[in-house]
Design a protein around this ligand. Structure first.
Ligand SMILES: C[S@@+](CC[C@H](N)C(=O)[O-])C[C@H]1O[C@@H](n2cnc3c(N)ncnc32)[C@H](O)[C@@H]1O
Length: 309
């Protein structure tokens, strides 16, 4: 197989392509971080043997059904079971402190940008270990229909088993891997058992353009997604996520994501080593002044941005 060689994409080429995708298919990539998008496009051109961005553009125009595959290449879908040990240890503590116990209500969790589902299944296992899986509803979404299709299957290549087993043991030393996964030697994969898929609603959802469920979740994951958006888009998404989390709920971001200053009135650190934030309730008077200044700052920035357009 020929080795991937990066082909430089100019800002103009990028813009022409994202404009077409936006106007023709309603998918807005204009506020994505340029470097990773260009890399994705370059990979897409290499795989399909396109000489120029124009060739790619033309192929999209002639066959709309190619779009999901193109999105699959343009976005980064990297994920793992129990990725970032510190997070899962932190989440275990959070769950035990806030949600364990008979009198507590049902739990609603949203995994936004869930890719092929590894994060969702890791959480399902953690909840089961805490006796909470039966009363959890898990909503798991991604822009990429290929990723969602694969997430629904819940199977992983056998070659990854020892790596995932190690991560599983590090995060949940008392749990048994075999309780959750079954191996299929013929199919060369291992898969999550059906009991741990039944409370999960996998859907395609675009964080930029699709509606958000309001005031609906105790916990939202948005890990390693914001990193691909520019600052303005990050702020807009975090504002919408804030409204989607119930009072007293939590947000999990990725280890390379950061909380912009303009959103610090919306979320306060809960467990910094795990990158978990707690929703700040806007009725809380201690945060009111801070919220106002941050809102004013954002308004100013949005106005400046608007003038530049
Ligand atoms: C690097 S993966 C992160 C997967 C998982 N959250 C984790 O950290 O292991 C980023 C995911 O974000 C998704 N994504 C990118 N843009 C999105 C958007 N506008 N709406 C929803 N998902 C998006 C990609 O399709 C990809 O599956």
């Amino acid at each position: 197989m020929k080795k991937f060689s990066y082909r430089e994409i100019s800002d103009q080429e990028l813009q022409s392509l994202t404009d077409v995708i936006a106007t023709k298919f309603g998918l807005d990539f204009s506020n994505y971080e340029k470097k990773s998008l260009k890399r994705g496009i370059s990979r897409l051109m290499f795989k399909n043997g396109f000489e120029s961005v124009l060739d790619l553009w033309k192929s999209l125009m002639s066959a709309r059904e190619l779009l999901p595959g193109y999105i699959d290449e343009m976005t980064v879908n990297l994920t793992e079971l129990f990725r970032n040990k510190e997070l899962w240890i932190g989440l275990n503590e959070l769950i035990q402190k806030n949600y364990r116990g008979k009198d507590k209500q049902d739990l609603a969790i949203w995994h936004s940008g869930c890719s092929t589902g590894e994060e969702v299944y890791s959480m399902a296992i953690l909840l089961q270990e805490n006796g909470l899986w039966e009363r959890t509803w898990s909503y798991a979404t991604d822009l990429n229909p290929f990723a969602i299709k694969s997430a629904v299957k819940g199977t992983f290549p056998l070659v990854l088993k020892s790596k995932y087993l190690k991560a599983f043991d590090q995060c949940l030393p008392d749990a048994e891997f075999e309780r959750y996964f079954e191996i299929s030697m013929e199919q060369n994969h291992f898969g999550i058992k059906k009991d741990f898929t039944k409370n999960i609603d996998f859907q395609c959802h675009n964080l930029i353009s699709d509606p958000y469920k309001q005031n609906s979740f105790d916990l939202i994951f948005c890990r390693n997604v914001l990193i691909y958006f520019d600052d303005m888009l990050k702020i807009q998404i975090l504002q919408k996520l804030h409204k989607s989390i119930r009072k007293g709920g939590f947000l999990v971001i990725g280890f390379y994501d950061f909380m912009p200053n303009d959103c610090k009135h919306l979320f306060e650190p809960y467990d910094s080593s795990a990158r978990i934030y707690k929703k700040v309730d806007s009725d809380d008077p201690t945060h009111k002044n801070e919220a106002l200044t941050a809102r004013e700052r954002l308004k100013k920035r949005l106005e400046e941005n608007y003038k530049r357009m």
